[in-house]
Design a protein around this ligand. Sequence first.
Ligand code: CAA
Ligand code: NAD
Length: 292
Amino acid sequence: MVKNLTVFGAGLMGAGIAQVAAQNGFKVILSDVTEKALQNGLQIIQKSLGRVAKKKFAGKEGEMEGYTREVMGNITTMTDAGEAVSSADLIIEAIIESIKIKRDLFGFLDSKANQRCIFASNTSSLSIRDIAEACSTERQARFGGLHFFNPMKLVEVIKAQNTSQETFDTLVAVTKQMGKVPVSCKDTPGFIVNRLLIPYMLEAVRMAERGDASPHDIDTAMELGAGYPMGPFKLLDFVGLDTTTFISDGWREKAERGEIPKELVEKSALLQKLVDEGKLGRKSGQGFYDYS
Ligand code: CAA
Ligand code: NAD
């Protein structure tokens, strides 16, 4: 049913989604606003694919090259958004986390894409319904959420208020075809993973702020006592302190409207201080830990 896939946003997530789709036989168009962003996306894919090929065909240079060529052959890049969706069966949006920019893009695509084309957003923290409202009523039935966790196997498939059962079933089938494991969730703040992870990470920071335990000891406790691959501070550095702050700031507005309990997203002065100092985690070389 879905053969042609268009991915918007050639950043970290968009490149990863385009890659797994291309690896699993979908014809993918990757679209971004500039040629430079597309080249950046292709570089991310080449590097990651090299790693996958090495694992798959250890030592067999010829097969590694053939596989990489075949997968890359399934990916085309394009800056013209209208042209990029002219024959799309499914659009997955992975652009910056801004409700306005996402709505502008989907509103535009609604008039350009085929009537049967399914729209999906990879948003981490926004409401699918709020984004989908930029489109016609008919399209809103063909609009859902696909929240990826590259390189992990999970995909949260979001059934928003107006998402039809047929659309939801197609999204589940597509994620399975990509070799991922889908779980189903309603259109609630943070879906499953982030709804549990963000309050947990914030409480870990508040625990350290209160002086109950050090970040290092909290990480060791959760790694060795709860079996998590990374403790909450390592995870915060991995996800990005700015990203976590951005999500929890947005949720505080939802808490004002009673959509999420206020105490789950109470602001942390320490987290804000680190963000203000540019200590964003691994990507900036320093967060709770030093990576320089
Ligand atoms: N491309 C493709 N696949 C990749 C890859 C890449 N660049 N990097 C890793 N993988 C795959 C590996 O092939 C492997 O898959 P298989 O088991 O099928 O072989 C798998 O990913 C694990 O890779 P590794 O074993 O090499 O890596 P690792 O043992 O160092 O684990 C990790 C890395 C998966 C990130 C691990 O440290 C982990 O699970 N950390 C916790 C991550 C986590 O909880 N993230 C939070 C998600 S929530 C979030 O991100 C918030 C948000 O939405 C804003
Ligand atoms: P990123 O900053 O790495 O990439 C975003 C890309 O979108 C950039 O290349 C940018 O040029 C492009 N872009 C911006 N506006 C555009 C437009 N109008 N049309 C086409 N392209 C446009 O971001 P990311 O980390 O890949 O995140 C993308 C989305 O995925 C966000 O909604 C984010 O919340 C979500 N997400 C992120 C993660 C994560 O761990 N980073 C995990 C799951 C979901």
